[in-house]
Ligand binder design. Structure first.
Ligand SMILES: C[S@@+](CC[C@H](N)C(=O)[O-])C[C@H]1O[C@@H](n2cnc3c(N)ncnc32)[C@H](O)[C@@H]1O
Length: 326
């Protein structure tokens, strides 16, 4: 694991107990039977009764266990030990059958040797990945022939805009295309808006991935893209100018215009495609440039969470709301 991933993992580890207590995640509601999946995810994946489902970057498993509640045989993967520990505890408490694997998605082949009817991932996952090519190959490797991959994610176009809470217009700030070094952010809050504790692991390293890079990674891995959708709504307030249009869905104000804020991709494993890539291509991503001097595209002094617009005391920005999000 490189220094960037370690910093990100330490932060995610620290966020787990904070998120577990957060109304944003509503664990109590989940324990009463709530399904922690939205309409885009549920409609996109469809009926999972009796299907095997692999959830990549599952955080502490609320969505994974929701798929279990809907009838799937689930396996969740995340590199945060505390997230996986909590996911296992929730599964036991709810008496839901589920496997959870604690590892980097790039190392999954060393921890898992089976294929699934569905591979699923959603919201706030791609920005943590340095390289989408091995990500695509991981999906292809664990997707059964004829199986379905489904991804719901924030649109990369959304991430180019200034997310400083003081910003009241669409102002370009971040690069759309991947940069040689990751973007470095300082953030002492979390997107749930909870201020329960001072977060020690404030530094994150994130990567921009263009829409075409996401699609191409899947195509190159041998997947057949069946459906691509773009949405003018978002499941949280990613930019301060967004307004809650209906419960749980945020949009740009009409006078500003419409832009893609989220997207989904459904793809099928072409029978006989990939999975037999040369060993050299199967390894983890190339080592990234040294972390000493990462480009500072933004420095966040304080972050109050995606759905909060209180005035903030910060130098440049409240930061990159890519840092997570369910
Ligand atoms: C925003 S969450 C996404 C899950 C879901 N949207 C939710 O909120 O429950 C992002 C997750 O990705 C995980 N993650 C980030 N990089 C990873 C990697 N390289 N391998 C495995 N998990 C990773 C983090 O630990 C975190 O739990």
């Amino acid at each position: 694991m490189d220094d960037y991933s370690r910093a990100n993992r330490d932060r995610w580890d620290e966020l787990v107990p904070i998120h577990a207590k957060s109304p944003f995640y509503d664990v109590a509601g989940f324990e009463r039977g709530r399904i922690a999946l939205d309409a885009v995810e549920r409609e996109g994946v469809g009926n999972v009764i009796g299907k095997t489902l692999l959830h990549l970057q599952c955080h502490f498993g609320l969505s994974t266990l929701s798929w279990a509640r809907l009838g799937a045989e689930v396996t969740g993967v995340d590199f945060s030990p505390r997230a996986i520990d909590l996911a296992r505890k929730l599964a036991r408490k709810q008496d839901l059958p589920a496997d959870f694997i604690c590892c980097d998605v790039y190392d999954l082949q060393h921890h898992l040797d089976r294929q699934f009817d569905v591979v699923f991932s959603s919201y706030g996952v791609l920005c943590w990945l340095s390289d989408l090519e091995p990500w695509g190959r991981t999906i292809a490797r664990h997707l059964a022939p004829g199986g379905t991959f489904f991804l719901a994610e924030f649109h990369p176009f959304l991430w180019v805009f200034d997310d400083d809470p003081a910003t009241r217009s669409l102002r370009l700030r971040y690069p759309y295309f991947k940069t040689p070094k990751p973007l470095r952010f300082e953030e002492d809050g979390t997107y749930t808006g909870d201020k329960l504790a001072k977060i020690r692991n404030t530094t994150t390293y994130e990567w921009s991935h263009s829409f075409s890079d996401v699609l191409q990674a899947l195509i190159d891995a041998g997947l057949k893209i069946d459906e691509v959708r773009e949405f003018d709504r978002c499941c949280y307030q990613a930019l301060p100018i967004m307004k809650e249009a209906e419960k749980g869905w945020w949009k740009l104000p009409k006078e500003v215009g419409s832009l893609p804020l989220m997207f989904s991709i459904r793809a099928t494993h072409r029978r006989g495609a990939t999975n037999l890539l040369p060993r050299a291509l199967e390894e983890s991503p190339q080592k990234e440039p040294e972390p000493e001097e990462p480009e500072r595209y933004a420095e966040r002094q304080e972050h109050h969470g995606h759905a909060h617009t209180e005035p903030q005391d910060h130098e440049k920005s409240s930061g990159d709301d890519r840092a997570g999000v369910p």
